[in-house]
Design a binder for this molecule. Structure first.
Ligand code: FRU
Length: 484
């Protein structure tokens, strides 16, 4: 593997030189060069946060999957590390697919899916997938140990292991598609990390017959419940819901080892934006449950591909479960350390078609707004970023909407959720060159998407269309660069 890693590392070094950084983020993890998709192996190990990711170092298009690697002391400032895994062994000939990490007796273990095309590259109808492990003493260089779980009878699509320790055992959930094309999660266990029991339990399975695969499962305690987080494929859109190519969301339930998983709350989406997929969670050093996702969607237009790179993570978000069994997701506190140039936006009433300029070049910033919903009668009000993004309260339809319009890049779409029935609406938005993340009412709803302002138009304005909208208060900050 050493040689293959060197080859990949050199390719990245070379590609970095000609990278166009027009859309490159300042405080979100993105590859140095080449392609990135799912977060993998997120973990706090030996005094550092490690983030691995699905990576193609040789091009900005998806290809034979490697594991890229970065480390951080605070989950915000990331340092790239040498590539951790390169495919090419008999059992991972065509890719080291997604997986997770555990820290045990000072060593870092990576569990991943060994992928093989049986009928030529990209033919998903004939593949072989197994769960494999690689181990490191220094957290940087990994030695592959081969397959730990072969694919069970009847499961060709069998991938994305997530491993954790509980009640004296190691457990692994794996995403799977059965012979009837039904998505599900299989659960395995072991006492020693290397010798896994081939017998499995079906932890949860789709009730929606259209859903043929559950990718990237995660299973973890939150509050007094166990959350099953996964990325279902095949779900049909319903009105304004589930409009992305693939979805992401969670079930809430109760679970104890060797007991069935009792679902108490059915499927809910974790994020309502256009670009949010394959999130993975991990524990911060102080025990907070943190999630990061791939902030893109399969088969979408990615204008930065022409610039030599593609794909980035969302901000790390702290997850908690509220009393209604809903996940609340907020950006981690540490992000406040990036704030600078604070600008207070005083209480204002926007009348008729007025707008207020907040910043002429809002490329890397945070915006907080508190709208008075009870005293706002405008048809639409919210913020614009250039001509391409509108995030607004749609008063007539009682929805919150994020719409994008970048004809030059063939991107034009909108996503909506129900407008919360609160007196005030609190919006916290993060812009970082080619991304926008919006947190509503302290994390009750989130929207994540990539943005590609045409002609570098990052003018940030508040607007109200017809009648009036009342802003109670607001604040704007530029955010310091955390990643170079
Ligand atoms: C999810 C996914 C995983 C797979 C990986 C391949 O985005 O399709 O199921 O392991 O990407 O890159």
């Amino acid at each position: 593997m050493k040689q293959r890693i060197e080859l990949a590392t050199n390719a990245i070094k070379k590609a970095r030189k000609s990278l166009n950084k027009q859309f490159y983020p300042h405080y979100h993890l993105a590859p140095y060069a080449g392609w990135l998709n799912d977060p993998n192996g997120l973990i706090y190990h030996d005094g550092l946060y490690h983030a691995f990711y699905q990576h193609h170092p040789f091009s900005s298009l998806w290809g034979p999957m490697h594991w890229g690697h970065a480390t951080s002391e605070d989950m915000i400032h990331w340092q790239h590390q040498p590539i951790a895994l390169a495919p090419g062994d008999e059992y991972d000939k065509d890719g080291c697919f997604s997986g997770s990490a555990v820290s045990h007796e000072g060593k870092l273990y990576l569990f991943y899916t060994g992928h093989i095309w049986l009928n030529g590259a990209n033919d998903d109808s004939a593949i072989h997938q197994t769960q494999c492990v690689a181990i490191s003493d220094d957290g940087i260089h990994f030695e592959k140990k081969g397959v730990v779980i072969p694919s069970p009878e009847g499961f060709m699509h069998f991938r994305d292991p997530k491993v954790w320790f509980q009640d004296g055992k190691w457990w692994m959930v794996v995403g799977a598609r059965d012979a009837l094309d039904q998505g599900q999660i299989l659960l395995f266990s072991t006492t020693d990390l290397l010798n896994w029991n081939d017998e499995y339990q079906t932890l949860a399975k789709t009730e929606d017959k259209n859903v043929y695969m559950w990718e990237c499962p995660d299973f973890f305690p939150l509050g007094n419940h166990f959350i099953t987080l996964f990325s279902p494929q095949g779900k049909k859109s319903q009105d304004y819901q589930f409009r992305n190519l693939y979805q992401n969301g969670y079930l809430v339930g109760q679970w104890a080892p060797d007991q069935p998983y009792e679902i108490t709350h059915q499927f809910s989406e974790l994020d309502f934006g256009q670009d949010f997929y394959a999130p993975q969670t991990f524990l911060a050093k102080d025990g907070r449950r943190i999630a990061m996702a791939w902030m893109d969607m399969w088969e979408s237009h990615m204008p930065s591909q022409e610039h030599g790179w593609s794909g980035c993570f969302t901000l790390p978000r702290e997850l908690v479960l509220n009393d209604q069994g809903k996940i609340i997701a907020n950006p981690i506190e540490e992000l406040k350390t990036l704030r600078q140039d604070e600008k207070i936006i005083p209480s204002t009433i926007l009348i008729k078609n007025t707008d207020i300029l907040i910043n002429e070049n809002a490329t890397c910033c945070e915006l907080e707004l508190v709208w008075d919903l009870q005293n706002s009668s405008a048809e639409k009000f919210g913020f614009w970023i250039g001509n391409g993004i509108q995030f607004y309260i749609d008063n007539q339809n009682q929805k919150l909407t994020l719409s994008r319009h970048y004809p030059k890049y063939i991107i034009s779409d909108s996503r909506s959720t129900e407008l919360p029935k609160t007196k005030q609406l609190k919006i916290r938005a993060f812009i970082d060159k080619s991304s926008l993340e919006v947190f509503i009412n302290d994390g009750e709803q989130t929207f994540s998407c990539r943005i590609y302002p045409q002609d570098s138009d990052y003018t940030l304005k508040l607007f109200a269309i017809n009648q009036s909208a009342k802003l109670d208060n607001g604040t704007f900050w530029n955010l310091e660069r955390a990643i170079s």
